[in-house]
Design a protein. Structure first.
Length: 123
């Protein structure tokens, strides 16, 4: 506090400008409503969409379909044998660790319940 009794900020604090508090582009209520309407239209079932807005689907013949499937298949990045082996070993180790953990927790809880039951029946 200063001598006048008012709180004073240290000099290294910066005053937030009004410009930095301005809204981000696209955050106006009309822009939000527009995005919500577009999202709802995209997620709506095919039967509920208006007939005029829905464009007829272009049919693909089987030959074109298989060409497109082969083209997409070529884009796949397959793992190497080494990567597959390392991942498999890691999964196996995690399964072993999880099973040992749950075995220990189950044993401890079973022991505790047995001790409580013995205590309850002996008294």
């Amino acid at each position: 506090m200063s001598s006048t009794g008012r709180f004073s900020f240290p000099s290294y604090w910066k005053v937030v400008s009004l410009k930095s508090m301005a809204r981000k582009p696209g955050s106006s209520p009309s822009a939000i409503k527009s995005r919500a309407a577009k999202t709802a239209a995209a997620l709506a079932p095919a039967g509920s969409a208006p007939a005029a807005a829905a464009a007829p689907k272009k049919r693909t013949n089987p030959v074109q379909f298989f060409r497109e499937v082969r083209a997409e298949g070529r884009k796949i990045t397959w793992t190497t044998r080494k990567e597959t082996w390392i991942t498999s070993v890691m999964v196996f180790l995690m399964v072993v660790l999880a099973s040992v953990f749950f075995l220990a927790v189950d044993g401890a809880l079973g022991f505790a319940v047995n001790q409580l039951l013995k205590l309850a029946t002996s008294g």
